[in-house]
Ligand binder design. Sequence first.
Ligand SMILES: Cc1cc2nc3c(=O)[nH]c(=O)nc-3n(C[C@H](O)[C@H](O)[C@H](O)COP(=O)(O)O)c2cc1C
Length: 208
Amino acid sequence: MHKIVEPKIFYFGTPVVLISTLNEDNSVNLAPISSAWSLHQSFMLGISNRSQTVQNLLRERECVLNLPSVDLVHAVDRLALLTGRNPVPDYKVRQGYRYEPDKFGTAQLTQTPSDIVKPSCVKECPVQLEAIVKHVHDFGEDPSTLAAIEVKIVKSHINEQILMDGEENYIDPDKWNPLIMNFCEFYGIGAKVHPSRLAPVFAPPVRQ
Ligand SMILES: Cc1cc2nc3c(=O)[nH]c(=O)nc-3n(C[C@H](O)[C@H](O)[C@H](O)COP(=O)(O)O)c2cc1C
């Protein structure tokens, strides 16, 4: 039996992304988001345009998308209810947010230089994707406080521990254990449930 209900959110489970962006004073801001999906070489990010992250993206047009594995959940949770925006917007004060200029230090994460963009990568994240902003759209209600931001990946740093054996450019889904936000709670993923008929299309070419 299905019921007609009015859920407040539809967060059915997406990967957590730690997005690093450059502040006006050249320090690096770091914010967790989970409204993120990818197609080909691009990502679409859903972010409140009252965040420091969006201000930085509009000004600098670049970022790093750092994908944490499940073991980094404590670091990610330490970033919750923090903003790099000063003063903190009223609605966030009411939700219990506070201003934090040193997100890396607070999360106990380490900055490592990027190759192409200015904001640093998060050393502890197995996936670090340097990206540039392509398009910014209003999203949701009108007038909108949300932005859908399309970014293009320009350099990928992948920990060799999650690569397929003997392959340079393929991530092994059996080795990658993403941190998932599911209705505002943290989850991992379980084991593969069924072989996929699509997987061979994207598999490494058979070597002679
Ligand atoms: C796990 C997690 C996922 C989040 N996902 C999003 C999201 O997808 N979009 C968004 O706007 N805020 C999201 N937030 C809230 C932002 O992290 C929050 O607005 C933060 O203050 C942004 O930081 P900034 O103002 O320094 O950019 C999420 C928070 C957590 C802890």
